[in-house]
Design a protein around this ligand. Sequence first.
Ligand code: SAH
Ligand code: SF4
Ligand code: F3S
Length: 428
Amino acid sequence: MERSTQLQNADNELEQQFGYAERVKQILCSRYEKQPLAFVHTYGCQQNVSDSERLKGLLELMGYGFTDELEAADLVLYNTCAVREHAEDRVFGNVGLLKACKRKKPEMTVIVCGCMTQQTSVADKIKRSYPYVDILFGTHVRHRLPEFLYRRLSGGERVFENPDTGESLVEGVPLHRDGTFKAWLPIMQGCNNFCTYCIVPYVRGREHSREQSAVIDEAKRLIESGAKEIMLLGQNVNSYGRGNSEKTDFAALLRAVNALPGDFRIRFMTSHPKDCSDELLLAMSECEKVEKHLHLPVQCGSDRLLKIMNRHYDTAKYMSLIEKARALMPDISFTSDIIVGFPDERDEDFRGTIDLVKRVGYYSLFTFIYSKRSGTPAAKMENQVPEDVVKDRFDRLLALVQEKGRKASSRFEGTVQEILVEEESREK
Ligand code: SAH
Ligand code: SF4
Ligand code: F3S
């Protein structure tokens, strides 16, 4: 187990949590003959994967081991995502399945946490309709997992804690990493952008950047422990450092991580086009450890819709970023996120998206059907696009992506490239 950073910022609260962890450990020792096992499942983005590494660090501290088999688990934890309805439905489906598990094994502890639980409607539904969920907690209090477990395991009521705000950047939480060579490194939390379709700012709270020294310390530890690829994470890494006491920005951070000794590569996501500075592109081109790949979500290729989405750039600005990046890094590959079916998306808006996708020549695309998120401005907009129209547009975009993808990978034919083997294919 590693420490995510030294206990520099750890206040009394974290010390208190370590106290609870010790008490949970004692309860577990008296209750189980063998080491109790936790099944942790993570939905959603890399930010959530990274949060789960910290939740697993805390579980490990309390004496839990880990299992991939639900039947073997003494504790089940679902770290949830609220970004689209489909993601939420999967969580409800899987939590529903736990009813039978809990009947067979009543002492099993069931925990639901993460972005979904920040929505009062979700917390209420779980409280009401899923009585076998023991603990529910939100994104602002996840470092308090030991306390919540202690309360429940020592015979207390079901725990429901999802305050709207709280300490979002608690340093010093222990970390359990599954991957050995790929490492997630969160550099910030939350989001200030309020794109009109998106629930993230509501469930994650305002943007806060970690101190550069904390990020660098963690990067050093990751490299020492054998990480070959470090992914710097944030909802909008390009605004890293805003509001911090020390003067820094993402370009400076990238240069600082690049300067660390060792054989490793650096990636980052996500870059918001509105904050993608010339200095960042320059730093990227000059840092030899930084992968020449930019995930630059455009969302759509219509200036009219980009405005309504509150994205703060237009297609001309976006294309100029692509051109600047290509001029500095001729081999760079681009990926993007696209939403199809945003309210009032018209044929000409969608044609703009197709046109932009063709012009950029993405390496690959993450395409999403617009999902209405209650509480966001877009949910109340008129002219929601009918399902069949969205489906048709989505299929047309997908066909284009597949055709382009084949071309994109063929450009490396006949060249020698350094690659990182991530896993062995199951197909022999
Ligand atoms: N912070 C990142 C994205 C985080 S969410 C950024 O701004 O790029 C990942 C992606 O999910 C978004 O880029 C968007 O394409 C998609 N998304 C977010 N809300 C959505 C919604 N309501 N319906 C469909 N897709 C959505
Ligand atoms: Fe959502 Fe926009 Fe923030 Fe990304 S930048 S998380 S899309 S609000
Ligand atoms: Fe989902 Fe939360 Fe990430 S809503 S996309 S897990 S920040």
